[in-house]
Write a protein that binds this ligand. Structure first.
Ligand code: GLC
Length: 521
């Protein structure tokens, strides 16, 4: 796939923290690989494919929740922050996974869900048992309004019902920003802070390299829990945004992580659809190390839209010297291959964008083989919020069970599983997998791409063009985001084209949805 060798082979700057030059790889354990025959992926399934992940060329795994859970929100309703659900394995499996990942030079990040617990968590079971239980104040309990309505007008974020559930045991309501099975913890209570810090220490002591912190922007709340403005209908909750309480809590979390060796890292799922608000959660370098920024995920594959996203990100993060992240797919949204109209060419061009832009990219397992969302029939629906399609099982091989222990999987296979799998694509230089490997290897060996500055070219029409520069080394990336062949002023020696057959020369013309990396050297 690569048309020429990378012009620079120096390793990334060892003085930088690993997470600045790393590429993350999200694994949704339920959907990754089943080794037991119950149709649900497990941690041994992750261990089995560590070579695939290492060969791909990413640097860090992020494991979505594998903790004991009633699975009302597929693991984001945690019943024990310090265990492994038997569906996925046990602590010994987890320890083996971390050791084997580390042995391959891969970091391990795990999900941490601080805003809420499961309603089956022993803390909540205690809390709901009586108004004078010592853990009563670990959650947000309020009397219903005099007319019997909810205590305020907040609505929860997954099914858009009220964010309060009346509990008959004590005649009060509890707050849940997500499902009623996910009561919000009261981080205003120092005992909650201490207990949750302990859960971080538990995993840090086991050697994890960091955490993806689930909806962490919600943890600090105005103790008055005031009404939202009347026109707010869903996410993000304006009344909960950018709270001073949250920033103070994030500084404490940062201090805890920094007290460990090894650059332990926190990437926050700051689900605020405003990059300036996201940026504030980096603090002055004393809050989150990284924040997910979702506006680009929701932007169309369009050059004007991406120029806006890049300049907005630079303007918001630059003054704080904060390092960006980029993500096109995850377990909460349709995969970008599907979102962008299911075109292989667009997905290939998107891979070039994601892996050459300035910041830490996070891949969602399966995108490296061009996975699409599954079509989920009404009788197969699991998720109350309709996110099943992007959680389809990953096919590893072409035959009927696709490398899983059974073909009777918890969700249906994605379309085209006989071709969109690692075994089929492994040795095909024109495959999506080969493109991802080439890009990741180029990025790893090219400091300009992994850590260099970015300069956006303006007025380049349907072609998104930016330069990445590190010292004397400059690379130019040009991505035709339109469905028509076009020309570009971007110039340089061809390093890589997203075209499935590659190309040997570059004369300034780009195919529809073709991306090229050019070297100025
Ligand atoms: C985050 C997770 C999502 C989950 C929610 C509640 O947005 O990514 O899957 O449903 O938080 O924990």
């Amino acid at each position: 796939m690569s048309n020429t060798e990378p012009s620079s082979t120096e390793p990334s700057d060892p003085a930088l923290p690993w997470w600045k030059t790393a590429v993350g790889y999200q694994i949704y354990p339920r959907s990754f690989c089943d080794t037991t025959g119950n149709g649900i992926g497990d941690l041994d399934g992750v261990r089995r494919h560590l070579d695939h992940i290492a060969d791909l060329g990413v640097d860090a795994l992020w494991l979505s929740p594998f903790f004991p859970s009633p699975m009302a929100d597929y693991g984001y309703d945690v019943a024990d922050f310090c265990g492994v659900d038997p569906l996925f394995g046990d602590l010994a499996t987890f320890d083996a996974l971390v050791a084997e990942a580390h042995g391959r030079g891969l970091r391990v990040i795990i999900d941490w869900v601080p805003n809420h617990t499961s309603d089956q968590h022993p803390w909540f079971v205690e809390s709901r048992s009586s108004t004078d239980n010592p853990k009563r104040d670990w959650y947000h309990w309020r009397d219903p309004a005099p007319d019997g309505d909810a205590p305020n007008n907040w609505i929860e974020s997954l099914t858009f019902g009220p964010a309060w559930t009346f509990d008959e045991t004590t005649g009060q309501c509890y707050l849940h920003c997500f499902l009623s099975q996910q009561p919000d913890l009261n981080w205003g209570n120092p005992e909650v802070v201490a207990a949750m810090h302990d859960t971080l220490r538990f995993w840090l002591d086991r050697g994890v390299d960091g955490f993806r912190m689930d909806v962490v922007h919600l943890i600090g709340k105005d103790p008055a829990l005031p009404d939202e403005p009347p026109d707010v209908a869903g996410l993000p909750h304006t009344i909960l945004n950018d709270r001073p309480e949250t920033h103070a809590l994030l500084r404490e979390l940062r201090t805890l992580l920094d007290s460990y060796d090894g650059d332990r890292m926190a990437v926050g799922e700051v689900y605020l659809l405003d990059t300036d608000l996201v940026a504030s959660h980096y603090g002055n370098g004393d809050e989150l190390h990284l924040c997910f920024n979702f506006p680009p995920l929701y932007a169309p594959f369009d050059a004007d839209a991406w120029r806006t996203q890049i300049s907005t990100t630079t303007a918001a993060l630059g003054p704080r010297d904060a390092w960006p992240t980029w993500v096109l797919s995850n377990h909460d949204n349709p995969r970008h291959r599907t979102r962008y109209g299911n075109s292989e060419e667009v997905a290939r061009a998107a891979a070039v964008l994601l892996l050459t832009i300035r910041g830490t990219p996070f891949l969602y397992a399966g995108e490296e083989v061009g996975m699409q969302d599954a079509v989920v029939a009404p009788e197969q629906v699991h998720d109350p919020a309709g996110r099943d399609g992007c959680r389809a099982p990953l096919p590893w091989t072409p035959e009927a069970s696709h490398g899983w222990a059974t073909d009777d999987t918890w969700l249906p296979w994605p379309p085209d599983a006989a071709a969109a799998n690692a075994a089929t694509q492994q040795d095909d230089p024109a495959s999506m997998l080969s493109l991802y490997r080439t890009l990741l290897s180029l990025r790893r060996s090219t400091p300009a791409l992994s850590q260099g500055d970015l300069a956006l070219h303006l007025d380049t029409g349907p072609v998104l063009v930016f330069d990445r520069t590190d010292g004397p080394s400059t690379f130019t990336v040009a991505i035709n985001m339109s469905g028509a062949d076009t020309t570009t002023t971007a110039a340089g020696t061809l390093v890589l084209s997203s075209r499935a057959g590659g190309r040997s020369t570059f004369d300034g013309t780009l195919d529809a949805y073709e991306a090229v990396v050019l070297s100025a050297g």
